[in-house]
Write a protein that binds this ligand. Structure first.
Ligand code: FE2
Length: 364
């Protein structure tokens, strides 16, 4: 195993390139309990793009749209639809992180750059990872503003109902067939991460869908990135459907943690977020499979929340349907009660549900 060349302290934020940042921000405000805490655009002197910074717990999402034609942002949207451009990490030293990564084989996307405003300063740098996705290293030096220099505090006009979402549990990257190991090797070589958990196609095969997945984790296992690739099945894998619509590798889902999944999901559903349905039969032998749990099974069944366990405890999870027009990015809501599982026991029920949705889209 490679040693980590420097410490990645955690996920800092994710930046999405979207067709209409104003309306995307409103969607996250009104359906998922995110508050807009910072903004940059024409009013702040930013002429070529507009960004809204959405926050809940320790989760930060930035949604960005171009303000002119022929931009890198516009090209990204044209090729991929709305999607995640940047999975940013918090580091102590963005210059060191960048140069160490380049020394270990990464390609630069942005040289270390100091940015300043009246609230202090920060240093940012970026490297390329899978597809058109990048990792930005964020170093804040006593920065007192709400996000980063250049952004202004935003006074939310929308009274977002908090869902109790806490932090990013993991972020998943989908790869084309045959590229999963190469990308995992990249994370091992560049960041010194290790293989935390693996499933192969023998574990995850329904009648049609099949995938392989390796969860890459940093030293202290705070940062986890499962890397998927499609496997041969009778019909099209859900991972292949993602690749077809995203046109390349990209971020498939963000898993957001909560302390009370029933509460979070109930609010999201009332606000109009669509989740993948779970068949009632899933709950028939639930206790036999996972043992006693604290939650009311009737409520889990009502909302379609899945449960899985391992030797350390159990976890509850549910997946939204894609949040944009293309069947690409979606969210997972997860509550861990001791378990570090990635839901292997749920894959069959979950995949059958995804396949029913794929069939409706004519993509199975
Ligand atoms: Fe997940």
């Amino acid at each position: 195993m490679n040693d980590a060349p420097y410490s990645i302290k955690g996920f800092d934020h994710c930046e999405l390139y979207v067709g209409n940042a104003k309306q995307t921000a409103y969607y996250y405000n009104t359906t998922m309990g995110f508050k807009t805490v910072a903004y940059r655009g024409l009013e702040t002197g930013c002429r070529d793009r507009v960004s809204y910074v959405l926050n809940q717990g320790r989760i930060f999402l930035v949604v960005t749209s171009p303000l002119e034609k022929n931009t890198e942002i516009g090209d990204h949207i044209d090729r991929h639809g709305d999607g995640i451009k940047d999975v940013a990490f918090t580091v102590d030293n963005a210059e060191e992180a960048w140069s160490a990564s380049l020394g270990r084989g990464a390609k630069s996307a942005l040289e270390p750059t100091e940015i300043k405003d009246g609230n202090g300063e920060a240093v940012i740098s970026s490297i390329h990872t899978f597809g058109d996705t990048i990792h930005t290293f964020i170093e804040r030096n006593n920065y007192k503003g709400s996000f980063l220099p250049g952004y202004k505090v935003h006074q939310p006009k929308i009274d977002s109902e908090m869902l109790g979402l806490i932090h990013i549990d993991h972020i998943v990257g989908n790869q084309p067939d045959g590229e999963m190991q190469t990308i995992c090797d990249f994370y091992e070589k560049v960041f010194g991460w290790h293989r935390f958990w693996t499933v192969d196609d023998k574990d995850i095969t329904t009648e049609y869908s099949s995938l392989r997945s390796i969860v890459m984790a940093n030293e202290n296992e705070i940062v986890k990135m499962p890397i998927n690739e499609p496997a041969e099945g009778l019909k099209k894998s859900q991972i292949q459907e993602f690749i077809d619509y995203y046109e390349t590798a990209g971020v498939q889902h963000l898993a957001l943690s909560t302390k009370d999944i029933i509460h979070s999901v109930e609010i999201m559903r009332n606000n109009g977020v669509e989740f993948l349905p779970t068949p009632d039969s899933y709950y028939d032998n639930l206790i036999d499979r996972v043992g006693e749990i604290d939650e009311d099974i009737e409520k889990l069944k009502k909302f379609g929340i899945l449960v899985d366990n391992d030797e350390n405890g159990y976890m509850l999870q549910i997946f939204t349907k894609p949040l944009q027009d293309r069947p690409t990015l979606f969210f997972e809501i997860i509550q861990r009660k001791g378990s570090n599982s990635f839901g292997k026991g749920n894959f069959k029920a979950l995949f059958e549900s995804i396949e029913r949705e794929q069939e409706k889209r004519g993509n199975l």
